[in-house]
Design a protein around this ligand. Structure first.
Ligand code: COA
Length: 375
């Protein structure tokens, strides 16, 4: 029997109803700054407390390309007295919020492929931040959808989706599954430090889903997976120390290191060459020329990073058609970003067109998935 060929049958996207513009975000941040500086005026004057500096819409757009972000809990984030989402805990008998948004994206992918959940063999929840230790969110999603088989969670930060796609593709090649649902629910607002001027604008909330299947059962319209490749290289430059051991050192709970933090400049400098080299090498190994790449669906962290990576891969500055962005409306949505870019910018491609989904982020981690449209 020949080895089954893995394909992407469909994708799904759940977008929260509420969005925060840069103007709204900066107004709230600057109200917090003014309040802090007024409250600490004497200490600032005495030199024992550092005054906070305001944020600016112009800086955010120029440094990142981000103009707005969707969030699950808008009002508390914008309230200068809170500056964090407020998502009430749910009883164990209710679907958890992370599973809920994953299920919404998954249902869309399943409907688009015409796939009955009963014919899905596995669910992988691949995302940056899991809301609990166990049971796995993937198993809850599996149950909510009525999928038989198995599910598990995996976390490779912003690269989780491409790591999930390769894992699913390997299950299919090995004959362990014929249909694998990969979900990427990202409630990034929960791990963003909304009081940190350097990063308060970076993230948004969303969920995506990818149905990876064996070609022999896929719907007529699908994408052949030409090749996948993964890479990790340890770095502390993007880090979040939140975890269950924090309660064993209670003085640490609530400290900024239990939220997202990064050395943005270093990330920029180190990740751009790492990812560009990885794409170029993988492309060469697959016998593909840059001129044969119709579109890049890059991780959506920063417009300037994507501009540089695309230029190194294509040999010229990429047009929005060659390297579409969703940063302006969605901001950085961690693992979901490249999948949103693919979901919203792939139907116009023709049969035979080749493209690349590429993710990169904390770890460091990076993943490349070359695709060819079949119909
Ligand atoms: N508003 C106004 N000014 C701000 C600001 C804000 N919100 N945040 C920082 N600044 C200021 C800084 O104080 C600094 O001022 P100075 O030159 O007087 O010292 C200046 O803007 C430049 O700051 P810097 O942090 O060096 O900006 P940058 O151009 O490197 O952009 C990032 C910051 C984070 C957007 C950029 O480094 C980046 O995108 N890195 C990669 C991030 C990434 O992809 N991470 C992956 C996450 S998964």
């Amino acid at each position: 029997m020949s080895t089954p060929i893995p394909v992407i049958s469909a994708t799904g996207l759940f977008t929260p109803a509420d969005s925060i513009s840069n103007e709204e975000l900066v107004e709230s941040f600057n109200a917090h700054v003014a309040r802090f500086n007024a409250e600490h005026a004497a200490a600032i004057e005495a030199g024992t407390v550092l005054a906070l500096s305001p944020s600016s819409v112009e800086f955010i757009e120029k440094a990142s390309g981000i103009k707005a972000r969707y969030v699950l809990s808008k009002a508390p984030i914008l309230d200068p007295a809170i500056m964090a989402p407020r998502i009430p805990e749910r009883p164990d008998t209710e679907l958890s919020v992370l599973a809920e948004i994953a299920v919404k994206a998954a249902r869309q992918a399943l409907a688009s492929a015409g796939r009955d959940p009963k014919d899905v063999d596995a669910v992988l929840c691949a995302c940056s931040n899991l809301q609990r230790a166990y049971p796995a969110i993937a198993i809850e999603v599996q149950d909510a959808l009525g999928v038989e088989g198995f599910g598990f969670d995996m976390n490779v930060a912003c690269s989780s989706a491409t790591f999930g796609i390769q894992t699913a593709a390997d299950f299919i090649r090995a004959g362990h599954a014929k249909s694998v649902l990969v979900v990427n629910p990202e409630i990034c607002s929960g791990h963003l430090n909304w009081q940190d001027r350097d990063s308060h604008f970076i993230f948004g909330d969303v969920a995506t889903a990818i149905l990876v299947e064996s070609k022999d059962i896929a719907p007529p319209a699908h994408w052949d997976i030409l090749g996948t490749r993964l890479k990790t290289q340890f770095s502390n430059n993007i880090r979040n120390n939140f975890g269950f051991l924090n309660r064993t050192a209670p003085e640490g709970i609530g400290q900024p290191d239990k939220l997202f933090r990064q050395e943005g400049r270093k990330v920029f400098k180190e990740v751009v060459p790492m990812v560009a080299e990885m794409i170029v090498a993988h492309m060469a190994d697959l016998g593909l020329e840059p001129t044969g790449l119709r579109r890049l669906w890059l991780h959506q962290a920063n417009a300037n990073m994507n501009r540089l990576i695309a230029e190194r891969v294509l040999g010229h500055e990429a047009s929005p058609d060659e390297s579409p962005t969703v940063l302006d409306t969605y901001a950085n949505t961690s693992s979901a970003g490249s999948i949103i870019a693919f979901h919203l910018n792939s139907t116009d491609l023709a049969a035979g067109d080749t493209g690349l989904i590429c993710s990169f982020g904390a770890g460091y981690s990076a993943g490349t998935v070359f695709l060819r449209k079949v119909a």
